[in-house]
Each structure stands twice: as structure tokens, then as C-alpha cells.
Design a protein. Sequence first.
Length: 57
Amino acid sequence: MSKDSLKPEVDQKFPVQDLQDAKVEIKYLARTWLDDFEKQVFHGKTVEELLGRGNYD
């Protein structure tokens, strides 16, 4: 089953704004979990901090 074949069904069940909000929340959670993991591995710093860059520039 292709991704496109699911789209109309998803659109009918969830308003577009709800899907966009969920996307933003999932992206935030993924980034914060990754930052927490990196800080555990790299003694309190993220990979971005070790490379001298701001977060997700």
C-alpha cells in the first residue's frame, strides 16, 4: 500500500492543523531525546555543541 493511498483516509479523520501540530510535537520530542542521549554520551554536551555550532542551525 502506498503512502498516497492512505492520505485521503487520514485527511478525513484528522484536521490538517492537528496533523501539523503532531508533526511539530514529534519533531520536538525527537530532538530533545537525542540531545539528552548525546549529553549522556559526550559528558554534558551535544554533538552540535562539540562542533561549535548552535543547535540545529
